[in-house]
Design a protein around this ligand. Structure first.
Ligand SMILES: [Zn+2]
Length: 126
């Protein structure tokens, strides 16, 4: 099995309204979304999927977040905007990206970095 990983960053503000601490106030991050997909066969170019193509799929989802206040977004999964944590963003991106991937690939993990040393990931079937 092969696995490839791409990263995409976006800038956005959020606040965690029920959190007892500094993150209850509005603040921003440069978020990094790290996506890994796996599959068993390579295409005629020796690629699982072109990195550029996978990054474009991630961008399709994260462009709605870029330079936004996450708590104000209208998303199908309202938990994400009520509690816009790295964990909830990772799950939301995982679910959305799963709809875009070709059937020969499986999404193994979405990891959302809120800073250089803090991240949350979401995966299924583990
Ligand atoms: Zn934060």
């Amino acid at each position: 099995m092969y696995e490839i990983t791409v990263k995409k960053t976006f800038a956005a503000a959020h606040r965690l309204p029920d959190y007892k601490g500094r993150c209850a106030a509005v603040h921003g991050h440069t978020w990094t979304v790290e996506v890994s997909v796996a599959g068993v066969s390579l295409d005629e170019n020796g690629m699982l999927i072109d990195f550029i193509q996978l990054k474009e799929m991630v961008t399709q989802i994260t462009r709605d977040f870029d330079h936004q206040y996450l708590n104000d977004l209208k998303l199908a999964d309202s938990v994400v905007t009520t509690h816009p944590t790295a964990e909830n963003l990772a799950r939301y991106i995982f679910k959305q990206l799963g709809k875009l991937l070709p059937p020969n690939l499986s999404l193994t993990k979405v990891k959302v970095w809120e800073s250089a040393d803090t991240a949350a990931s979401y995966q299924e079937g583990v």
